[in-house]
Ligand binder design. Structure first.
Ligand code: BG6
Length: 507
C-alpha cells in the first residue's frame, strides 16, 4: 500500500527499474484487453522508465512486427485505459517483442532465455524479469516447470529480481490449488510469486482500508455492537459472453465468490494491521478467512443459494437464457448466481451475518458493500418506523460512499424522512480511477505484494468454498433455480434474508 500513498500527480509514484515483462498468453483476450493496455498506461505516465522490454510468448506464430500490429489494433479498440494516442503507442510498441512457442517445449524456453539476454544487453535492462501468466490455467504447471528447467526462475545477478504474476483461477478446488502452489514453490520462492486478483487493484477497494483506518469516526462503530449485518453485492448485467466453455466448468462460486467477493469480505472484516506492509496486511486478511464458520451440509442447505439465468430483458433488449449461450450444455446445472450467508466467528463479528451475492445478467451492473447499523436503542418519537442507518460503499461503476440517516421533514409535524449524504469519487477527486491492472503491475514492478494474494490465503478461500462444491456435486438430481435475466436473482435469494427478518437493499 506504500506505493499507493506515495503516488505522484502522474498517479504511479516514480519510475520502475529497467526490466523485461514476459507475457505468456500474449495473443489471448486478457493480455490484449487488460495487460498490454495497462503496461501502455504505465509507459506513457513514465512509470516504466525509458528502458524496458515487453516480450509476448504464445503458441500463435507471429513476428515482432505482427505482434505489435495485433496488440495495437486490440488496444485501440478495447483498451480499458482510455483512448490510445497513436504517437505514444508507436513509442511504446517499439519495445514490444515476440517469442513463439509451445508452453511445454523446452527449446522454446531456451530461445526465450536467449532473446531476453540479448534484449537485456542491447537495452541495458540489468536482468530484472517479470513473468506474467495470462494463459489458460491448465498450462501454468508446464510454464513454471519449464522456466525452472531453463534457469529463468532465479535472478542472474545478486541485485536483480525475478517475479511471476499468476492470474486467477488459482486452482479449481483446495486440492488443485495446493498442487499448483506446490508446483510454483518448487521453482519460485513465495516472495517472488504475485497471485493477482484484479479487484484488489481497484481504487475503491483499496479505499475500504483508507476509510476504516484513516478516519476516527467509522472504526469505533465497525463491530458487532453497532453493525446489524453486512451485504456485499457483485452484480453484472453481462452474460457469459464468449466464455461459455470456460464458465461451464467454473460457475459463479469459483469465478467470483472464491476470489473477488471473499477479498471484499476480508477487507470489510479485517483487523487493523500493525503497518501497511505486505506481510502485516496479508496476515490479518488470512485471519478473517480462517475465522469464517466452515460450511457443513446443513449450512449449505440453509445458507447458500444458487441460480441460473433464464431468458429475460435487459433494458428493452431480450436476452437468451444461460443454457442457450454458445458452448453451454442445454441441460447445464452450472450456477450463474450465488447468494450466501457467512458468519465470522471472532470477537469483532460474532453474530453479525455477512450476506454475499453475485450473478450474471442481473438488473444492474454494480459492486457494492452495504453496512447496516443497529437501530437506535429507544425511539422517543411518535413515529416508530424509522429506517436503520446504512453505509454504502460503491465500488463500481459509480464509485462513491453514501450514508443514510433520519432527518426531520420540514413542517410543523414531527415527521421523519430517510435522507442520503453522498460522496462521489468523480466529483471529489475529478477524472476517472485507474485501471486495476495498471495499479497492480505497477506495485509488482516495485516489489510491493500488499495487494496480491498469498498461497495460504488462496487455500483458505478454497477451504471455505470446497464443502459447498461437494454438496452441489453430490446433489445430482437437484434443480438449479432459474431467475429471469434482468432481475435480482432467484426468489430463494430473497428468502435467505427474509428468514432472518431482513431484505436485500438493491442498489
Ligand atoms: C473476472 C471473472 O474475474 O471478473 C468474470 O472471471 C467477471 O466472470 C469479472 O465478469 C468481473 O470483473 P469486473 O472488474 O468487471 O467487475
Amino acid at each position: 500500500m506504500a506505493a499507493d500513498t506515495n503516488r505522484s500527480g502522474s498517479g504511479y509514484g516514480g519510475v520502475a527499474e529497467p526490466c523485461s515483462v514476459i507475457l505468456f498468453g500474449a495473443s489471448g483476450d486478457l493480455a490484449k484487453r487488460k495487460v498490454i493496455p495497462a503496461l501502455y498506461d504505465l509507459a506513457i505516465h513514465d512509470a516504466l522508465g525509458p528502458r524496458y522490454a515487453l516480450v509476448g510468448f504464445a503458441r500463435t506464430p507471429m513476428t515482432d512486427e505482427s505482434f505489435r500490429a495485433t496488440a495495437g489494433e486490440a488496444a485501440k479498440s478495447i483498451s480499458e485505459v482510455g483512448p490510445i494516442d497513436p504517437k505514444e503507442w508507436d513509442g511504446f510498441a517499439s519495445n514490444l517483442y515476440y517469442s513463439p512457442g509451445d508452453y511445454n517445449n523446452q527449446e522454446a524456453y531456451a530461445q526465450l532465455g536467449k532473446r531476453l539476454s540479448d534484449l537485456e544487453a542491447s537495452k541495458k535492462l540489468g536482468g530484472n524479469r517479470l513473468f506474467y501468466l495470462s494463459t489458460p490455467p491448465e498450462v501454468y504447471p508446464d510454464i513454471v516447470e519449464q522456466l525452472g528447467r531453463a534457469g529463468l526462475a532465479r535472478p542472474a545477478t545478486p541485485d536483480s529480481w525475478v517475479r511471476i504474476i499468476i492470474e486467477k483461477p488459482f486452482g479449481r478446488d483446495l486440492a488443485t490449488a495446493k498442487e499448483l502452489n506446490q508446483s510454483v514453490l518448487n521453482v519460485f520462492e513465495e516472495k517472488q510469486v504475485y497471485r493477482i486478483d484484479h479487484y484488489l487493484g481497484k481504487d475503491t477497494v483499496q479505499n475500504l482500508l483508507v476509510l476504516r483506518f484513516s478516519n476516527g469516526i467509522f472504526e469505533p462503530l465497525w463491530n458487532r455492537n453497532y453493525v446489524d449485518h453486512v451485504q456485499i453485492t457483485a452484480a453484472e448485467t453481462l452474460g457469459v459472453e464468449r466464455r461459455g466453455g470456460f464458465y461451464e466448468s467454473t460457475g459463479a462460486l469459483r469465478d467470483m465468490i472464491q476470489s473477488h467477493v471473499l477479498q471484499l469480505t476480508s477487507l470489510v472484516a479485517v483487523e487493523p494491521p500493525a503497518s501497511f506492509d505486505a506481510t502485516a496486511v496479508r496476515n490479518e486478511k488470512l485471519k478473517v478467512l480462517q475465522s469464517i464458520r466452515p460450511f457443513n451440509l446443513e449450512m449449505v442447505a440453509q445458507s447458500v443459494v444458487r441460480g441460473q439465468y433464464a431468458p429475460g430483458n435487459l433494458g428493452d433488449k431480450p436476452v437468451p437464457s444461460y443454457r442457450q449461450e454458445p458452448g453451454v450444455n442445454p441441460a447445464s446445472k452450472t450456477e450463474t448466481f450465488v447468494a450466501a450467508k457467512l458468519l465470522i466467528d471472532n470477537w469483532r463479528w460474532a453474530g453479525v451475518p455477512f450476506y454475499l451475492r453475485t450473478g450474471k445478467r442481473l438488473a444492474k451492473r454494480t459492486t457494492e458493500i452495504m453496512i447496516q447499523f443497529r437501530c437506535a436503542p429507544h425511539i422517543v418519537f411518535r413515529e416508530r418506523d424509522i429506517e436503520p442507518n446504512r453505509l454504502y460503499l460503491n465500488i463500481q461503476p459509480d464509485e462513491g460512499i453514501s450514508v443514510t440517516f433520519g432527518a426531520k421533514r420540514p413542517g410543523t409535524e414531527m415527521s421523519i424522512g430517510n435522507v442520503t449524504m453522498n460522496f462521489s469519487y468523480r466529483e471529489g477527486f475529478g477524472g476517472a480511477t485507474r485501471s486495476a491492472y495498471a495499479t497492480l503491475l505497477n506495485d509488482c514492478l516495485r516489489g510491493d505484494a500488499t495487494l496480491f494474494d498469498r498461497g495460504d490465503s488462496v487455500e483458505a478461500a478454497w477451504s471455505l468454498v470446497d464443502p459447498i462444491l461437494d454438496v452441489w456435486s453430490a446433489a445430482k438430481t437437484a434443480t438449479v433455480p432459474q431467475y429471469p435475466s434482468g432481475s435480482w436473482g432467484p426468489r430463494e435469494s430473497d428468502l435467505l434474508l427474509e428468514h432472518d427478518g431482513r431484505h436485500w437493499c438493491n442498489p
